[in-house]
Every structure is written in structure tokens, then in C-alpha cells.
Design a protein around this ligand. Structure first.
Ligand SMILES: NC(=O)c1ccc[n+]([C@@H]2O[C@H](COP(=O)([O-])OP(=O)(O)OC[C@H]3O[C@@H](n4cnc5c(N)ncnc54)[C@H](OP(=O)(O)O)[C@@H]3O)[C@@H](O)[C@H]2O)c1
Length: 317
């Protein structure tokens, strides 16, 4: 099947818009017209060949999700399976089990931009650790699109106190948290500040991992008044580093529960099952970011452009 797509032929170079020959859809997949695809950080790391799911095979089409139109006219939001070509093409293979129907009143580009960053906290707080009304949440890494939406989503889902921590103070202040902790170049001062402000939270949504998370775990547990009360730490992103060193005492001296949340951590049915309710919140505008829409044919220049604060680029075939 011939499509026009963003094609990566060399890792490290931006994709170019060109014809591509796709494997015919199989196993119940449908070849659908693509309407909009988000240029998420995960899409960039896949296209650079540095995501942990990367197989190193070239040429490849980037893109992990998108909005497409079925032959009956119905629009769907879909997530690409790992083994198929990516979504940055005028047509893509869509597995109906990984697609949810969109209501008529929601904009395709808005959905393509918002779902990936928003679902990170939506699914974590509904399926990994179901948040209870009145609980408090720390968002570690609250300055990016996913982290700043996590502040809003925690509140929508019942949190009555949300602390945001991040390194960019200006963006941190605008994320709308009840309290903020700047992550500074002084690690011990940062750990004490986290301990002072966030030691009593119930849930941590961690977008950073790496050294900031390592220090935050110790800082929070050290300052916690009742360490037998559960501290649910949900690992979501690894912007600051892929590994941490975790002292065993953290797991023995406290009721510290470390879990992750991401697509592979749930069955596709569970994951996809959470998306219609999220789409409803996006349709009402309760969960939003700025979309920068560009033609898919301009993918090369889109790649070289950095999104501004609170913005996500969406490519439209
Ligand atoms: N598990 C899931 O389900 C899931 C779903 C979606 C996304 N994610 C992950 O979540 C992460 C964030 O995604 P996103 O869409 O929000 O990306 P984004 O909009 O590009 O935001 C990333 C933010 O990280 C901040 N940052 C970078 N390095 C940092 C560091 N060393 N310390 C503190 N902050 C740092 C940057 O803020 P400043 O430069 O302004 O400091 C930037 O605003 C990514 O790792 C993504 O893969 C996970």
C-alpha cells in the first residue's frame, strides 16, 4: 500500500515527507485516513532510535497515536501497536481494539495534541492508584505539558492539595499548584524543601526519575510524620535520567509503594477503556493545551522547531 508519510532514513536527521510502501493491514487492522498526529517527546525519541522500544530498523515512519476517519465517517483516536508503522502518514493501519470513537464536537488537532500528555496522569490516578477525594499529590516535574496537566487532572479527580516541583520557576508558578518547590542546583537544599512542603502527600506522579527522584524519595520519607501511612510513588517519565539508586531502607522503614504507569503496564482494554472519559474532559475544555498545527508535508521544519511553553505541535496530512 502506497502512502505519503514522514520518513526517517537516518537516525539523527529529521524525517522527510515522501512516498512510502506500507505492509498491507493484517489481523483485523483497517487502513484509515489520518486527520492529525501529535509530535510528542516520545515520537522524537522513537524517530531518533533512542526509545527503549526502538528496533533500529530503517526507514521508519514516526508517530505513536493520532486521529483518523473511518469509511463510515466516524472519527477515532487511536494508538499504534508497536509492530506497525507509525502514524505520521496520510493513511495508517488502525487496530479497532486500540481505537476509541470521538464525539462530533471535539477538534481533531486538539485531541491529537492533548491525549498523550493528559493520559499519563489520567490513567495513573484512575487505574494504577485510584485517587481518593481529599488526598494530596506531588507532581515531580510539573513544568512540561504532561506535568502541568497532571496538576489539573489530580484536582479534577479529587485531590484537594497539589504540590508542583520543577526546575523552571516561571512555568512552575503558572502550572496552578497549591504549593511549589523549585528544583535547584543545590540537591540537599532541594531535598529539604521537598520534605518541608510535600512530606505528607499520598501520591507522587513522577515525570523525572534520575537524581531528582532519588533525592526526593529520601527527602520525603525522612520528613514524613507517619511513615507507616502509604506513600504511592507512580513512575511516569524519565526526563532527568533512566535509572536511580534506591536505598533498601526506603522500602523497609516506610510504607513506600513504587509502581509505574504507561501503556505497557496495563492490558490494551484497560488502557483504552480509560480514554473516552478523558476525551469528554478535553471536549469540554477542562483539560487543554495550545496546539500548533502544521501540514504533514512540512514535517522537516516542524521537527526543527521547539514547542513553546504549554504548546504541542500537531501535523495534519
Ligand atoms: N507513562 C506515560 O503514560 C507517559 C505518557 C506521556 C508522556 N510520558 C512522559 O512524560 C514526560 C514528559 O512529557 P511531556 O509531554 O510533558 O514533555 P514536554 O512537554 O516536552 O515537557 C518536558 C519538561 O521537562 C522539563 N525538564 C527537562 N529536563 C528536566 C530536568 N532535568 N529536571 C526537571 N525538569 C526537566 C522541561 O522543563 P524546563 O526545560 O522548562 O525545565 C520540560 O518542560 C516524557 O518523559 C514522556 O515520555 C509518559
Amino acid at each position: 500500500v502506497n502512502v505519503n508519510a514522514a520518513v526517517v532514513t537516518s537516525f539523527g536527521d529529521p524525517p522527510r515527507y515522501q512516498p512510502f510502501s506500507l505492509q498491507p493491514p493484517s489481523g483485523g487492522e483497517l487502513l484509515l485516513d489520518v486527520l492529525a498526529v501529535g509530535l510528542h517527546p516520545r515520537v522524537r525519541s522513537g524517530a531518533a532510535g533512542i526509545h527503549y522500544t526502538s528496533t533500529g530498523t530503517l526507514p521508519m515512519i514516526p508517530g505513536i497515536d493520532g486521529v483518523a476517519r473511518r469509511p463510515d465517517g466516524q472519527r477515532v483516536y487511536f494508538v499504534a501497536a508497536d509492530h506497525v508503522a507509525g502514524t505520521m502518514a496520510d493513511r495508517a493501519a488502525v487496530d479497532p481494539r486500540r481505537a476509541v470513537e470521538l464525539p462530533d464536537d471535539v477538534d481533531a488537532a486538539t485531541v491529537a495534541a492533548t491525549m498523550n500528555p493528559a493520559m499519563s496522569s489520567w490513567v495513573a490516578l484512575r487505574r494504577r492508584v485510584a485517587i481518593e477525594s481529599g488526598q494530596s499529590v506531588l507532581v515531580l516535574g510539573a513544568t512540561g505539558n504532561a506535568g502541568s496537566m497532571a496538576v489539573q487532572i489530580a484536582r479534577l479527580l479529587g485531590a484537594d492539595h497539589v504540590v508542583g516541583a520543577g526546575r523552571n520557576v516561571e512555568r512552575l508558578e503558572s502550572a496552578g499548584a497549591d504549593a511549589v518547590v523549585p528544583l535547584t542546583a543545590d540537591p540537599s537544599a532541594t531535598a529539604s524543601a521537598l520534605g518541608a512542603v510535600a512530606a505528607e502527600v499520598d501520591i507522587v506522579l513522577d515525570y523525572l526519575w534520575g537524581e531528582p527522584a532519588q533525592r526526593a524519595i529520601v527527602g520525603l520519607l525522612t520528613a514524613r510524620s507517619d511513615r507507616s501511612r502509604a506513600l504511592n510513588w507512580i513512575q511516569i517519565g524519565a526526563i532527568a535520567g533512566p535509572t536511580i539508586e534506591l536505598p533498601s531502607v526506603a522500602l523497609r522503614s516506610a510504607n513506600f509503594r513504587l509502581q509505574g504507569s504507561g501503556q505497557g503496564a496495563f492490558s490494551p482494554e484497560v488502557y483504552l477503556g480509560e480514554l473516552p472519559s478523558l476525551i469528554d474532559r478535553i471536549a469540554t475544555g477542562e483539560i487543554a493545551l495550545k496546539t500548533n498545527t502544521m501540514p504533514l508535508a512540512d514535517v522537516e521544519s516542524a521537527w526543527q522547531r521547539a514547542d513553546g511553553p504549554g504548546e504541542r505541535t500537531v501535523l495534519v496530512p
